[in-house]
Each structure stands twice: as structure tokens, then as C-alpha cells.
Design a protein around this ligand. Structure first.
Ligand code: EPU
Length: 427
């Protein structure tokens, strides 16, 4: 069993470089299937969700070669199998992107119901709505989703809800359908645009990504390309919050400041200073933290994946903050851990009311999901005393070398292995 041991109270100082975006990488890797050719994908974050995606590609018959730890060559020429092994698909939510990509190339795909963070119900009805509109049938058998079509045809899809996953899955299948597809009420996150750019580099014809309406003209064949993934907006935001929370001064490199605007705007209102450069931001704070009202929304609104991190920041703001979760039904489970650190937070359904306290105190902590885990790391960095965080596998699904990056900023953080408790011989 691995844990993080964090002695808090040191302001973070120095420079950190942000890795590639997890939520772009986990869609772009399946997208390599759409051409029977070789793609080189650069700036892949070295995280477990990327590793699982590469293992799935390899299990399907792709030849996967590491060029360096953040760059892989993927040859999908000899893929014959369209069924993702169950044990791999259950390891992450994003395995559902193999449905769209395999359907696009082979007209058939089988993926076990995906795993991932438990944030409340995570239906995929909108993904299936898009596949059905394109002419595919779907069925669920023994926990596996099966989609199939003799011939995908372009269609008009109006999504009932704005979904990142459904938008990307619809794009993955529609690029190889006959004729034009129009997707309306789509998600506009930076990783949607990144996937569209990657698909276009492979010879697809995707327009309008980043707006409410995406138009795709299907193509008969696609080809390999070399592509570099955008920086991770949420990893950058996590370091921005950590700098503001600990009263440090951090230059966060390899970012696209435009993607950070919803986060920057709130941090400035909370009393931090954010200086923007071409591909970096500097975050520091001189005065007290101020309370905020935040509601999470689809991009360009405030991202739900930053919600736990902002809650942590506001635990030590001077006054009362209100955070409303607008995307997921169950994304405040980490609050109990913060309360054990001395935070004053009341949760009622989708709303958290946070009364600022002077400081957080160290405690033994457990990460319940990826972003909640990152938020606990930031809480521990600011708390006086030494905290231990368990269940760090959740965190390592989405943050590359978090311990090394924090140590580079002067934090007192260690990752330790502790033997699992042995079972007694007799009871
Ligand atoms: N929804 C439906 N039906 C669907 C799909 C979604 O009702 O078919 C609902 C969901 O229940 C939710 C809302 O629509 O209420 C938005 O869900 P979305 O599909 O956008 O989420 P997702 O694609 O499953 C991705 C990220 C999440 C991030 C959300 C929202 C990946 C692999 N995951 O999930 O990231 O919270 O978008 O931005 O891209 C994370 O990185 O920690 C993470 C959880």
C-alpha cells in the first residue's frame, strides 16, 4: 500500500512544468485506431490512465513503442479485434472512447461498462444516442456494451445534455461515416478542440469544435500523423491553487493561459495575483484569502474538476463561501476529510457552505477520487503538522510525478510503501 506523507506549512516557491492533458490523451489514443497507420503522440502525461489506454491498444493488436516517457509511436495497421478486454476497460472511465473509435473503423465494438471516479450516476445514454443516429444498434450483455453497424451514415444529433464524453465519442464515430454529421449542444472544453485538431491531422474533416455546433464530413480513409497534446488545464489549476493556498510564489510553465481563464478569474477574486505570459502563469498571494461564490458549469464556466481544489482554498478564506456543483450529483464526499482537518463546511445536496477558519490541521486522510485526492494534497500542504494520505492510486491516475513536482517547489512530501496488514493465522 502506498501513501503520501506531507509535512505542511511551507509556501511553494519556484517553477513547475505542466504535463499533457489527461482528458485529451484518453480520447486521442483510441482515435489512433481510425487509420490503419502509424501515429506518434507527443506530450502524453505519464499517468496510469494513459498506461491503461496503451495497454488496451496493445491488447487489440496495435504495435505500441515508447520513444520517451511522454511520447509513443502507435501502429494500428494490424488491429483485427474490436473487443476491449474487460479487466482493462473497467480500470478507467475513458475506455468508452474505444466504442466510438472501433465503431468508426470496424463497424463494431465491445467494451465493458467503464470504471473511473465515483461522482454519482454516470449514464452513457447520450453516447448511445449519437451512435444510434449514425445507424448503429446497441445492446448490453453480461456487463458489456456492444455497438454495431453495417454502414454508418451522417446524421443530425441534438444532445439532451452537454457531455464531454458523448461529444468526443460522436466525433470518433462520425469522422468515418458517409456524409455530413451535425452535432448540436456539444461540449466546448479545450480537449474537445484538441481531439478535433488531432482527427483533422489524420485527414478527417471536423469543423466548429469549441462552439456549440460541430460539423463533420465523413471521409473514407484516414492516415497517421505526429501530434502533441495540449497542456492539462486541471493540473495547472491545481498548482495555481496550491501556490495561492500556501502563500507561495510559483511560475507554472507549459500552459495555455486562455484555457485557465475561468480558474484565473476566481483566484483573482479570492485575493491571489495571477500574471500571464505566453505559455506560463505566475501565481502568488500577499493578503488574506477572500470568500467566493462559485457554480461549476460546462466550459467556459468554472470546471467541476477544480471544485474540490477551490473548496480547499476557501476553507481558510476570511468569510463565508458558497460552492454549487452543477455537473455531478455526488462530488462533495471529500468534505468529511476536510472537516477532520478543522474545516467548517456544511453540505446540502449540491451546495457546500464554507465558513473560513484560520488554518487547517494535519490528519490521516483518504482520497476518494482523483480530484478530491489532489485537493487533500493541497490541504495537507497548507496544514500545520504531518498528514498521511491513503488511496493515492486515485491521484496517480491523473497527475504525473506529483511528488517530484511538489518537492521541486520546496514541499516536504514523500511517497512511502507500507506493507498491507497481514491476516491473523487464527481468529
Ligand atoms: N451525462 C448524461 N448522459 C450521458 C453522458 C453524460 O446524462 O450520456 C451527464 C453526466 O451524468 C453529468 C454530465 O452529463 O451530469 C456531464 O458528464 P460528461 O459526459 O461531460 O462527463 P464525462 O465525459 O464522463 C469528463 C471528464 C471528467 C469531467 C467531466 C466534466 C474524462 C475522461 N472525464 O467526464 O473528468 O468531470 O468530463 O467536465 O474526460 C476528472 O478528470 O477528474 C474527471 C472526472
Amino acid at each position: 500500500m502506498e501513501k503520501f506523507v506531507i509535512q505542511g506549512g511551507t509556501p511553494l516557491m519556484g517553477e513547475v512544468s505542466i504535463s499533457g492533458a489527461k482528458n485529451a490523451a484518453v480520447a486521442i489514443l483510441p482515435a489512433t485506431i481510425l487509420a490503419a497507420d502509424v501515429c506518434v503522440v507527443e506530450n502524453l502525461p505519464a499517468i496510469s490512465d494513459v498506461l491503461v489506454s496503451l495497454r488496451i491498444l496493445s491488447a487489440l493488436g496495435a504495435r505500441v513503442r515508447m520513444l520517451n516517457k511522454n511520447c509513443y509511436e502507435i501502429d494500428t495497421t494490424h488491429i483485427r479485434c474490436a473487443a476491449v478486454p474487460d479487466d482493462l476497460s473497467r480500470q478507467m472511465r475513458a475506455s468508452y472512447y474505444f466504442l466510438g473509435a472501433l465503431l468508426g473503423r470496424f463497424g463494431s465494438a465491445q467494451v465493458a461498462m467503464p470504471g473511473g471516479c465515483d461522482l454519482g450516476p454516470r449514464p452513457i445514454d447520450q453516447h448511445l444516442k449519437a451512435f444510434t443516429a449514425l445507424g448503429a444498434s446497441d445492446s448490453v450483455e453480461y456487463g458489456r456494451i456492444h455497438v454495431e453497424s453495417d454502414r454508418l451514415r451522417g446524421a443530425h444529433v441534438f444532445f439532451d445534455t452537454v457531455s464531454v464524453g458523448a461529444t468526443m465519442n460522436a466525433m470518433l464515430s462520425a469522422v468515418r461515416a458517409e456524409g455530413q454529421t451535425v452535432l448540436e449542444n456539444v461540449a466546448k472544453e479545450p480537449h474537445i478542440v484538441d481531439l478535433a485538431n488531432f482527427l483533422n491531422m489524420m485527414g478527417a474533416d471536423v469543423r466548429g469544435a469549441g462552439t456549440d455546433c460541430i460539423k463533420i464530413r465523413g471521409v473514407k480513409a484516414m492516415h497517421g500523423c505526429t501530434y502533441s497534446i495540449i497542456p492539462d488545464q486541471i493540473e495547472a489549476g491545481s498548482f495555481m491553487v496550491a501556490a495561492a493556498m500556501t502563500g507561495g510564489n510559483v511560475l507554472i510553465r507549459n500552459v495555455i493561459p486562455k484555457h485557465l481563464e475561468p480558474i484565473t478569474a476566481k483566484l483573482e477574486l479570492a485575493g491571489a495575483t495571477v500574471e500571464e505570459f505566453d505559455d506560463a502563469v505566475r501565481v502568488y498571494r500577499n493578503g488574506d484569502l477572500l470568500p467566493l461564490k462559485i457554480k461549476t458549469m460546462p466550459h467556459p464556466g468554472f470546471p467541476t474538476d477544480m471544485q474540490p481544489l477551490m473548496t480547499v482554498l476557501l476553507t481558510i478564506a476570511r468569510g463565508t463561501s458558497i460552492i454549487t456543483e452543477g455537473i455531478w450529483e455526488n462530488r462533495f464526499r471529500y468534505v468529511d476529510e476536510l472537516v477532520r482537518m478543522g474545516a467548517n463546511i456544511q453540505v446540502d445536496g449540491q451546495v457546500a457552505v464554507i465558513e473560513g477558519v484560520p488554518e487547517l490541521l494535519a490528519a490521516p486522510l483518504r482520497a476518494s477520487d482523483l480530484r478530491a485526492g489532489a485537493a487533500l494534497v493541497v490541504a495537507a500542504l497548507s496544514a500545520s503538522g504531518t498528514s498521511e494520505i491513503e488511496e493515492i492510486a486515485h491521484i496517480e491516475r491523473g497527475y504525473e510525478n506529483l511528488v517530484g513536482k511538489l518537492q521541486g517547489l520546496g514541499a516536504n512530501v514523500r511517497r512511502i510503501s507500507v506493507p498491507a496488514p497481514s491476516m491473523p493465522q487464527a481468529l
